[in-house]
Design a protein around this ligand. Structure first.
Ligand code: CMC
Length: 392
């Protein structure tokens, strides 16, 4: 096996040729299908960006209308899904419930599982985009022990999701437009990030010709890992701790720099970005908007801003090229919107859905795709022979 390259974490191995997302980590550039993330965040919507990622081009006005209508039309989930949810224990983590329910979609929607039937691939694409918000909201309601809210399809994607999470059957729910717009922007910013752990998982599982639902549910499980989707929760815990223990941001920074107890400045640093994460810049503006409204913890925002200011001017962070990443402000925003911490990765999964779908479709259509099957460097015993059972 001398020709096998040892590359843990695939740091230097490209598993795919991809035309979806471009990242230049040194320059802090992120583009979907060639369009800068800043332009999309300022002018587009999550649904339009989903179209762009999946089909490769921005939709015309009528294509967008049709796409949006199709998504709205598929938002209901099978009634029997409710009994599926009732099987989970009270307080079940919504991310685990979401992964399980997306996996279960292949039992409820068995007529769209063939990866090589274009029509079925389209149907499962719509089913994932439309039903995952409903399932995610059900997972949220389940955790809280509150009644499920059916989708209301005159609302747009983000509005509908907010209503399903925070509405009650006995009350009218007014969606706050600033919150809905902010959520839409956050989803858009998370929509794809090339061959990260979950996207690679979706491709690897899909390379065995597993259907789109099961492949995507594997991606959700990968995202559940704290090193991947869980960092925003860690940021929030860090900010709360600083606030509650009354530590000054300056003292906290000293601890980080001395690497006391392995403390890191959560929400800083990235494997690929060695510059300001372009998503963090946009999110910072959103944070100001959402937290400017009632409900936000401005003290935590101030701590975050002070930490950022200090870090950007500090040699420790400058030398190591540590800048704020996408997660630095998202937890604060989600909290201000009323989401508990367990929902943060669920929201990430909702945003990442178009990316996983686009990656799966690109993989399945690519004639170069082979079943993912890494090699290994064997370090075990050399040949030895079974001695027979010792009897003495
Ligand atoms: N605070 C303090 N020091 C840091 C930090 C940080 N957040 N991140 C890296 N360093 C230091 C690290 O100690 C090391 O220092 P030295 O050279 O003296 O040993 C140097 O910077 C390089 O760090 P590394 O761990 O080798 O870098 P990496 O590319 O393997 O890790 C990272 C990237 C994101 C895991 C890391 O920066 C980190 O732990 N950040 C905090 C957690 C976080 O915010 N994660 C979100 C990632 S983005 C969302 C996602 O991918 O899902």
């Amino acid at each position: 096996t001398g020709h096998v390259a040892y590359d843990p974490g695939f740091m230097n191995t490209a598993n795919a040729k991809s035309a979806i997302t471009y990242i230049d980590g040194d320059e802090g550039i992120l583009r979907y299908r060639g369009y800068p993330i800043e332009e999309l965040a300022a002018n587009s919507s999550f649904v339009e960006v989903a179209y762009l990622l999946i089909y490769g081009e921005l939709p015309s006005g009528s294509q967008l209308d049709e796409f949006d209508t199709m998504i709205r039309r598929h938002t209901m989930v099978h009634e029997d899904f409710k009994t599926f949810f009732s099987g989970f224990p009270r307080g079940a983590h919504p991310m685990a419930v979401l992964a399980a329910s997306v996996s279960a979609m292949s039992t409820f929607y068995g007529d769209s599982l063939d990866p090589f039937d274009d029509h079925q691939v389209e149907v499962s694409t719509f089913r994932l985009l439309s039903k995952v918000p409903t399932l995610a909201a059900y997972a949220f309601k389940k955790e809280r022990g509150e009644p499920f809210i059916y989708p209301k399809n005159d609302l747009n994607y983000s509005e509908n999701f907010l209503r399903m999470c925070f509405g009650f059957p006995t009350e009218d729910y007014e969606v706050d437009p600033i919150t809905a717009k902010a959520l839409d922007t956050l989803l858009l910013l998370h929509a794809d990030h090339e061959q990260n752990c979950s996207a690679s998982t979706v491709r690897l599982v899909g390379s065995a010709h597993a259907n789109m639902f099961t492949s995507v549910s594997a991606g959700i499980n990968a995202l559940y890992g704290p090193l991947h989707g869980g960092a925003n929760e860690a940021v929030l815990n860090m900010l709360r701790k600083i606030k509650e223990e009354g530590i000054s941001p300056e003292d906290f920074m000293e601890k980080v720099k001395k690497k006391e107890d392995g403390v890191r400045l959560m929400g800083f640093g990235h494997r690929v970005y060695k510059n300001y994460d372009p998503r963090a810049r946009i999110i910072k503006k959103t944070a100001d908007e959402v937290l400017g409204k009632a409900g936000g913890d401005n003290e935590l925002l101030e701590i975050a801003q002070r930490l950022e200011e200090k870090a950007l001017a500090d040699d420790y962070f400058i030398e190591r090229k540590l800048y704020p990443n996408v997660d630095f402000y998202t937890g604060l925003i989600y909290t201000a919107m009323g989401f508990p911490e367990q929902m943060f990765t669920v929201l990430f999964a909702l945003g990442r859905m178009p990316g996983w779908i686009a990656q799966w479709r690109e993989m399945i259509q690519d004639p170069d795709t082979k079943i993912g099957r890494p090699r290994q460097i064997y370090t075990g015993e050399k040949l030895r022979h079974y001695p027979g059972v010792e009897t003495n």
